[in-house]
Design a protein around this ligand. Structure first.
Ligand code: 13P
Length: 358
């Protein structure tokens, strides 16, 4: 493996920074826009992403940004490509390369992520365009009798084949197996299932000769289902998450960068912070963030498609990025939120948006 892959993976977790996921597919981005009455078209999606990539100071907290096929080809109003705008402020461009989670044949209620056909060629093009890492998300639904072994194995195999192709192309794979929050399952069940999923994923990564030093894992935190009556406190979530990861994630992996999965922005920061406060000195890998909703949601609610709202939306985005960087240091406190208006309301609103990401 080239040293360049290892260096990229290390840069992604260096300096207490994390990833900003802005790789919503057009249907998902349109769905988010629809909730706030924002027009759903290519120009509005471009304007929204321009607001994000031109946020002043973003590179101080964000190491990499995950783009979508439409977004990586777009430019700011003044003609600068988003890729260049990011690189200019020290942010590594990345790209979502799966083509979505589709219904699995023979496994009702379960999904298999597609996108392997033609992937070698697509990766070569993205590398040419400046991307240095890629993302693929597998979704594991929890419910009565699911997930099945067939779903876990098929998704793990696809993740490993994608990761091998990425490394061949010089891109760091961000391997994302997401055990969903939807459902009434307990924290304990989330831990058991996530451990099984991660063990299967790492076994497949080994079979496909993926070099662990040159990949990033993007898992879910260990959480009870959204409708589970028992909702554990921040410290219990932190302990359950770290215990599970210690069992299932090899020490050679440079970084674990969590998805937010529909948690409120404040809770996602508090939970990441608790993990770093309590366990950081004993962990072999960096514990960081790769959030979409938990970074973007407050900014989207402020922006609402209006140019006049851009500065305030950018301040909200930068605030969440800073909170999460502080959480990596174990220095996040609720007091950091107090100067931000409507924080509590936002927490509630974000829980309502807990849906799927694609
Ligand atoms: P969320 O942080 O909104 O769950 O997004 C996950 C993701 O995969 C984005 O790339």
């Amino acid at each position: 493996m080239t040293q360049a892959l290892i260096d990229t993976a290390r840069r992604m977790v260096a300096d207490h920074k994390g990833l900003l996921a802005m790789d919503e597919s057009n249907p998902t981005c349109n769905k988010r826009f629809a909730q706030w009455g924002i027009p759903q078209n290519e120009e509005t999606r471009r304007a929204y992403r321009e607001m994000i990539v031109t946020t002043p100071g973003l590179g101080e907290s964000i190491s990499g940004a995950i783009l979508y096929d439409e977004t990586i080809r777009q430019k700011t109003e003044d003609g600068t490509s988003f890729v260049k705008a990011l690189i200019d402020v020290g942010i590594i461009p990345g790209i979502k390369v799966d083509t979505g989670a589709k219904d699995m044949a023979g496994q009702p209620g379960e999904k298999i992520t597609e996108g392997l056909d033609g992937l070698r060629e697509r990766l070569a093009e993205y590398f040419q365009m400046g991307a240095r890492f890629a993302k693929w998300r597998a979704v594991i639904a929890v419910g009565n009798g699911i997930p099945s072994r067939g779903c876990i194995e098929a998704n793990a195999n696809a993740l490993a084949r994608y990761a091998a192709l990425c490394q061949e192309a010089g891109l760091v794979p961000v391997v994302e197996p997401e055990v969903l929050m939807a459902g009434d399952h307990t924290l304990e069940r989330c831990c058991e299932l996530t451990e099984e999923v991660l063990r299967t994923v790492f076994s497949q990564l080994y079979c496909q000769r993926v070099k662990l030093e040159g990949l990033i894992l993007k898992p879910n935190m260990m959480l009870p289902g959204l409708s589970c009556p028992s909702q554990e406190a921040v410290d219990e979530v932190a302990e359950a998450t770290v215990s599970c990861l210690m069992r299932a994630v090899p020490a050679a992996v440079p970084g674990i960068m969590f998805l937010s999965g529909g948690q409120s922005p404040e809770l996602a920061s508090a939970r990441l912070n608790a993990m770093n406060v309590r366990f950081k000195s004993r962990l072999p890998w960096a514990l960081a963030f790769s959030f979409a909703r938990a970074i973007q949601q407050p900014a989207l609610e402020i922006w609402r498609g209006k140019q006049a709202n851009v500065p305030a939306a950018q301040r909200a985005l930068d605030h969440r990025a800073k909170c999460n960087r502080a959480a990596r240091r174990g220095e996040y406190t609720v007091a950091m939120e107090s100067d931000q208006q409507e924080t509590a309301l936002r927490g509630v609103a974000s829980l309502k948006h807990a849906g799927s990401f694609s």
